[in-house]
Design a protein around this ligand. Structure first.
Ligand SMILES: [Zn+2]
Length: 256
């Protein structure tokens, strides 16, 4: 082999090696990037989806162990978020009282302080009052400390009115982190049926969305913020009571 040929072969080999090194390097980079992305989305998942899943798991276990009380009745829970509302909540309370139904109200601290007499009435009439943060704040990766304060100030607002501590929270949008459960002694309550009452002012549509899907131990999510929600909730009560359902508060559904 002459020198020129040999040199040429060496250059080709070098180029091949370089190419190989480049390939290995870029694959490593890609793998590294993938790890980082996965890590990041996993962290978010813990906060958002993870929180929800965990709470659902808790609910399912709780619901199962709570299945059909001793007398064989089918139980179900109505929950109302975001109140109290100065116009609609009392109408709802009137309707629930007429029907002998207890529900669960996840109030915001701000609204509870604005309408304490409505919160007091909820308590007097046997409803369960839960925490929905002070300003209706969604937990994100960045606002953990603010979220914690929102929970505490709402607990204080509720205690100021009712004289009792609440252990139940419905985190806005379902975003939750399990660390608050031990830290603040709060139990998250999500839902199993969301009739999306906020996006329809047609009560009969909300009723159909719910009745068609409902089963024992369901937790129905509604908002005492709209006339249509109040009308729908009372119609749901009437129809499901006829089917033999008993409406209970979420603590009874999950733990009794
Ligand atoms: Zn809400």
């Amino acid at each position: 082999m002459n020198v020129r040929k040999w040199m040429k072969r060496m250059v080709i080999l070098d180029l091949l090696m370089l190419g190989l090194l480049f390939l290995i390097h870029s694959r490593e980079e890609a793998a590294h990037a993938a790890l980082e992305t996965a890590g990041r989305s996993a962290a978010y998942a813990d906060l958002e989806v993870g929180g929800q899943d965990a709470a659902y798991a808790d609910l399912e276990v709780g619901g199962q162990s709570a299945a059909t009380g001793g007398d064989g009745t089918k139980r179900i829970a109505l929950t109302f978020d975001d109140g109290p509302h100065p116009r609609y909540t009392e109408k709802l309370l009137d309707g629930l009282k007429e029907r002998g139904v207890h529900a669960t109200f996840f109030v915001t601290g701000a609204n509870a302080e604005k309408y304490p007499e409505i919160v007091k009435r909820m308590q007097e009439e046997g409803h369960l009052i839960g925490n929905h943060t002070y300003h209706h704040v969604q937990l994100t990766a960045a606002n953990g400390e603010q979220f914690r304060k929102e929970i505490i100030s709402t607990n204080e607002a509720i205690r100021e009115i009712t004289g009792e501590d609440t252990e139940y929270i419905r985190p806005p949008y379902g975003a939750w982190n399990k660390r608050y459960e031990e830290e603040l002694n709060m139990f998250p309550v999500l839902w199993t049926i969301d009739p999306r009452d906020w996006c329809s002012d047609d009560a009969s549509c909300i009723v159909r969305n719910t009745i068609g899907r409902v089963k024992e131990n369901d937790i129905i999510l509604m908002h005492d913020q709209y006339q249509s929600s109040i009308a729908a909730a009372l119609e749901i009560v009437d129809e499901l009571q006829e089917e033999g359902y008993e409406f209970v508060t979420v603590d009874e559904l999950l733990f009794d």
